[in-house]
Design a protein around this ligand. Structure first.
Ligand SMILES: Nc1ncnc2c1ncn2[C@@H]1O[C@H](COP(=O)(O)OP(=O)(O)OP(=O)(O)O)[C@@H](O)[C@H]1O
Ligand SMILES: [Mg+2]
Length: 523
């Protein structure tokens, strides 16, 4: 059981086996969401579940430090303690979280790049093309290469204008630093065990911060085997500020998330969405979340009011007026409805939440770094200097492709640039260029050889077989001809010394003589 808090004198808990039916923690700012996420996450980690908490503000960083004594917690025998925790970041602050693009999938990446449906379909073509041709698709650089190759080869369905927009958005993403979320080595699931916190406090607060846990969810969905019903979750993911992911999201993303949420429960994964704004969570997602922990809500819009009302009425009937109470709750007190031991939704009740057993304060970076596994820090750090995303010049070229009127000014600046530039040293890019050229040459030669082989050997054989197939009797003639050729071949020396060599008393000589005659006649 995961203890949440107290209602009157009884402790309110969630049966661990029902946590894979997912949950929602919602409330206005300062209402107690992060503390509740901490309370649930730390108990899960203590019980052996692998936990991943995305911490957007950096205020859920205290897992590795022992918390303070708390009377309410003592009720449930819940004592302060620290937990061994690995801290991850997208930048190089802690262990660098990174995913392989191919594993991340095109739908989430489209969302990340805010692509329209046409551009999204282009991106899915790129992923399919790379998979089919065995091209690496780990980083954004790989993605740009595949896009270029597809354009060069004039692959069907690729429009230059859409590709230009996609490339421009990728370049902008690289510039923003978020591109480092993709590359090698991508996260391996066995490195994601125990308690893990993704600290996003140095990232810009927008949709990009909520997409990282979505990639993890997709990875778990792809990699984990079906295990059916579990006694306790194998993995638990806490999505902080989840509303960013869904705000203005398109149908394909919502469909993907619903599919993942529905199917991932049989893989032993529990997902908790944590949000200030339930208005932005789509109904189909809310419908997948069984445990609901709702703190005080400040609703300012009619849409928000409507959504909150729908949420309140989605609880089973009870004596309390949920809608009214939600507006008056004090911090740390929530309306909770979860599943009972039989899997039925419990009546909503007011619960005073337990305080975390770990620290509530924001912990400084050196402490978090020290707490993290040094082997993982080394494994996931970029030892080589990061390939500079793309130079300003390349970005400009990409934009110019879209706006030819800028070309002239670009050309002028290019000439002045060339005059002032000193000769450059041959760097790794030079050798990479030669290597790429050789690969292209090899590719070309193989193609030519393939075409010649097909034209000289395969095509005539095909024509001949078609010719035979048109009249079945031709097949018999052909087999007879083969037999004749074979017999002549066997008796070639006799035929050479004809007629002296013949001895008609021997049957084989008679056969050889007659076949030679047939052969000569045929000729
Ligand atoms: N369960 C709790 N036990 C003890 N204190 C709590 C609890 N819940 C909330 N508080 C108090 O309320 C403050 C705000 O809580 P918390 O940080 O969880 O809010 P939040 O909803 O995550 O806010 P934000 O949206 O700004 O991140 C805490 O710093 C703490 O002082
Ligand atoms: Mg918070």
């Amino acid at each position: 059981m995961i203890d949440l808090g107290v209602s009157g004198k009884s402790v309110i808990s969630i049966p661990e086996n029902y946590l894979t039916r997912h949950g929602l923690i919602a409330g206005s700012t300062g209402s107690g969401k992060s503390r509740t996420m901490q309370v649930i996450a730390e108990q899960l980690a203590d019980n052996g579940t692998n936990v991943f908490v995305s911490d957007v503000k950096g205020d859920a960083s205290g897992f590795c430090i022992e918390g303070k004594d708390n009377k309410r917690n003592a009720l449930a025998g819940y004592r302060p303690h620290g937990i061994e925790t690995n801290y991850w970041s997208i930048s190089d602050r802690f262990i660098q979280l990174r995913f392989s693009l191919q594993a991340a999938g095109s739908v989430l990446l489209s969302r990340m790049l805010s692509l329209n449906p046409t551009q999204e379909s282009h991106l899915s073509l790129v992923f399919a093309y790379a998979r089919k041709n065995g091209l690496p698709l780990d980083s954004l650089e790989n993605l740009l290469d595949v896009l270029d190759e597809m354009l060069e080869r004039k692959e069907r369905g690729m429009s230059r204008s859409s590709v230009n927009v996609i490339e421009r958005k990728i370049l902008a993403m690289q510039e923003s630093g978020i591109g480092s979320l993709f590359g090698k080595p991508g996260l391996q699931l066995n490195d994601f065990s125990g308690m893990n916190v993704l600290n996003l406090s140095d990232s810009r607060k927008n949709m990009l911060v909520s997409i990282a846990p979505a990639f993890l969810l997709q990875l778990l969905f792809e990699k984990l085997p079906e295990v059916g019903d579990v006694e306790k979750p194998k993995y638990a993911i806490f999505f902080d500020e989840a509303h960013y992911l869904f705000k203005d999201s398109n149908k394909s993303l919502r469909d993907l998330m619903v599919t993942i949420l529905k199917q991932i429960r049989s893989k032993g994964v529990s997902v908790f969405f944590v949000t200030q704004d339930v208005t932005d969570l789509p109904d189909e997602i809310l419908g997948q979340l069984s445990t609901k922990i709702i703190f005080s809500q400040k609703v300012f819009t009619q849409k928000g009011n409507k959504k909150l009302n729908a949420l309140a009425t989605s609880f089973p009937k009870s004596d309390i007026d949920v809608m009214e109470r939600l507006k008056r709750l004090s911090p740390g007190v929530a309306i909770v409805s979860t599943l009972d031991g039989n899997g039925n939704q419990t009546e909503p009740g007011e619960v005073t939440m337990f305080a975390p057993a770990t620290a509530m304060e924001v912990i400084d970076d050196p402490t978090l770094l020290e707490a993290s596994d040094p082997k993982l820090i080394e494994k996931y750090s970029r030892k080589k200097p990061v390939k500079k995303p793309k130079s300003e010049k390349e970005i400009r070229t990409a934009i110019i492709r879209e706006k030819p009127e800028l070309k002239q000014s670009h050309e002028t600046s290019k000439t002045t640039e060339n005059k002032t530039n000193k000769p450059k040293k041959r760097g790794p890019a030079f050798y990479e260029g030669i290597f790429r050229f050789l690969l292209k040459l090899l590719d070309f030669m193989l193609k030519v050889i393939g075409k010649l082989f097909s034209a000289i050997i395969l095509k005539p054989i095909k024509i001949f077989l078609k010719y035979l197939a048109r009249k079945p009797v031709r097949i018999i003639y052909f087999i007879l001809l083969l037999i004749v050729i074979y017999v002549i071949y066997l008796n070639w020396d006799l035929i050479g010394r004809f007629p002296d060599s013949l001895d008609f008393s021997q049957a084989s000589h008679t056969v050889a003589y007659s076949t030679a005659c047939i052969f000569l006649w045929c000729r």
